[in-house]
Design a protein around this ligand. Structure first.
Ligand code: GSH
Length: 246
């Protein structure tokens, strides 16, 4: 890889928008510094650097990838940068290159962002009717997986994944499916999405992903009280809890 020096990936001590980048760099043996801003109750560590553009980038948000002489902001921009620098972008054929970028965009927007908003919903939208919102978000998430299932099948994505190095989209899609299991628990059913299930279960880097997560157990988002929120979300989705309760 032509990344000169050892890059620093700066993000909060959470999986969020950066775990797939950590996973990719690890799987592809790129030495990097995994700099994690602690999730302090008053956000003191973050506020100390938020206005320092050389640390938090042009939009004062994380993640950023710090290189020897440059700083790359925005998770998707970092992802595309790594995809190019590894030579992966050039190695994929024209059709797979478009499919790859489409998967990256889909997994980021339709899966990651939806899960993040769900976990933060009651704080982001004060007064929201959470049981209704949770049921709708869960349904929307599962419905989004149906065309994904078809695409993975049509593109023979999982088979092809075994025949080449793991790409950044492979890492993001696995991470988002895993985050979805962590949020929805038994309420995420992939029985009718065999290609999505196979992608998650047969991913060649799943052992590395698991080791990384075991070494640094992390929240999904930086939301205060996330574990209790996830428990409440699952309770709302349980058929034995009447909708409208909680
Ligand atoms: N468009 C950015 C969004 C980044 C973003 O929203 N980061 C959040 C954490 S997930 C953040 O830095 N929040 C702190 C703040 O905005 O002060 C991306 O996709 O990377």
């Amino acid at each position: 890889m032509s990344l000169t020096g050892e890059p620093t990936l700066r993000y909060f001590d959470a999986r969020g928008r950066a775990q797939f980048l950590r996973a990719f760099l690890t799987v592809r043996d790129v030495h990097f510094t995994d700099e994690r801003v602690p999730l302090d109750p008053d956000w003191a560590s973050w506020l100390a650097i938020k206005s320092v553009r050389s640390l938090s980038g042009p939009f004062a948000q994380l993640p950023v990838l710090q290189l020897a002489d440059d700083l790359i902001p925005e998770a998707l921009v970092i992802a595309h940068y790594l995809h190019r620098e590894t030579g992966d972008a050039a190695a994929l054929g024209a059709a797979d290159a478009v499919r790859h970028d489409a998967l990256l965009s889909f997994a980021y927007t339709n899966l990651m962002v939806s899960l993040g908003i769900l976990v933060w919903a009651d704080l982001m939208f004060p007064g929201v009717d959470m049981p209704t919102y949770v049921t709708a978000a869960h349904g929307r998430f599962e419905r989004a997986l149906a065309p994904l299932d078809e695409a993975l099948d049509e593109w023979s994505w999982t088979q092809r994944m075994h025949a080449r190095p793991v790409t950044i989209a492979d890492c993001l899609l696995w991470e988002e499916l895993d985050q979805a299991f962590a949020v929805f628990g038994p309420h995420l059913c992939l029985d009718d999405k065999p290609h999505v299930a196979r992608f998650h279960a047969e991913h060649p880097a799943r052992a590395t992903f698991g080791r990384l997560l075991a070494a640094r157990p992390s929240q999904i988002t930086g939301r205060p009280g996330e574990a209790a929120t996830i428990e409440a979300i699952r309770a709302m989705l349980s058929s034995d809890v009447p909708q409208g309760a909680g």
